[in-house]
Design a protein around this ligand. Sequence first.
Ligand code: GAP
Length: 526
Amino acid sequence: MSKKLDMEILASLCKRRGFIFQSSELYGGINGFWDYGPLGCELKRNIKDAWWKAVVRTREDVVGLEATIIMHPSIWKASGHADGFADPMVDCKDCRKRFRADQLCEDQGLELIKNGAAFALPEGAVCPACGSKNLTEPRSFNLMFKTFVGPVEDESNAAWLRPETAQAIFAQFNNIFATARQKIPFGVAQMGKSFRNEINPRNYTFRSREFEQMELEFFIRPDEAIELICGKVTTLADNPDLAGEPQESWGWEVWHRYWVEQRLSWYRAIGLPAGDLEQYWQVGDELAHYARACVDIEYAFPFGVQELEGIAARSDFDLTQHQKHSGKQMDVFDETLKQAAGKLDDAARGAFSQRVVADWTGRGKPEEEARAFVAKLFDGKYVPHVIEPSAGTDRLALALLCNAYDEETLTDDKGKTDMRTVMRFHPSIAPIKLGVFPLVKNKPELYAKAREIFARLQRRWNCFWDESGAIGRRYRRMDEAGTPWCATVDFQTLEDGTVTLRDRDSMQQVRLTVLELIDKLDSEIG
Ligand code: GAP
């Protein structure tokens, strides 16, 4: 369905029904910023609740963090964002519009030329707005929004709005480890706003300048520590099906694949069809120099297959960077490792050392670093490695909206056709779970009964009261809001306590007592 959808039609429904509005629309809008209306904010809240439940609440090995958006500027030096978080941009000298050089090339079937850290435009590139060939050479543009802390606007008071939530997790790692009563492997999750001054926000909310992320940093032992503890590191070749629960012997490769599978199954559980989800495994120089593997989970949006979430195996890069820049140790003490290393005799220690040094130097790392690493391991210490599943809340909201949108032609008994628009959200993320209607509003007893039922159900789920217009019209309004069920209170309710429950997708109606309705919705909402 989503592939055929015209984004203008979706955007129009989103505005009409109160899912998404252009930010500051009253003043002509502001490019790259979006507001979520009454239905949209419920949708986003449900997405975040579902993520938090799956990633934090239902696991014993993940804890949460809620950090500030503005942090010490040194964090962005250490992470590399201050110097390297940039996109190449070009300006059209004729129409004065600005574009991302890589996107401009991609849209024109060309390849941006890379010379080390610099870029050049290939022959044939033209301005997408006016067709001119009069373009500047690509220049780097840092995507972080800058601000000033305190009243004086000078460089010593400069700060940035965070471009990702992840760095706060690394910067607070020591505090979290000291207080959370967790052992490696364990994860820290955070969700919240991030800001990127994107050169070309586009595809509706897909690439925005203010957006939310849901990120997990899952800290694991380095493979060398696992080898000392377990004697052998389980790789994907040993366990390609990821059978069973996580094991102490799992190396980074298996943990990485485990999180890819976990995240894919979560997307399916909240209603994205398996056939519209893809994995893109980054190769060669697409991978950051510290990343051992990175998979993008992609969704088939109407405007193309695009990234929803990146899952990266980032080694010990981030914590090591913060160790270097802050001067504070970021390593953990691991009693199990200390005991395992203590059991080795000198010969076994020597052989292990030799192997690690050969492996590290083979990967271009200095020998003294390898030796210092091994010495720490024998003391039971290491800087944890990390697997990072990093998702965009707004992108997911957009994918769920695209996926939900459906138009259906209905034919009545007399052969008359009519079209209904229906948002087929999974019940767990639908903004409103149940519409409650009194059949008529001029019968006080019936009306009072309907209000009583509504008040009871509203305590459990987000319900919507609608008493205006014919029942058929009320159903259609709920269809467009994506409400999975509507309950109508009628004269029979006064006699036997049953209501009519209408299903959004099948449009079938059944009579149920309120208790039966609660049971049914509870099991389907999950
Ligand atoms: N900490 C890793 C990180 O931030 P990323 O691939 O740059 O990685 C992760 O971002 C996710 O955040 C993306 O997969 C996407 O869902 C979301 N995201 C990134 N930039 C975005 C933007 N400009 N607008 C909306 N979502 C964005």
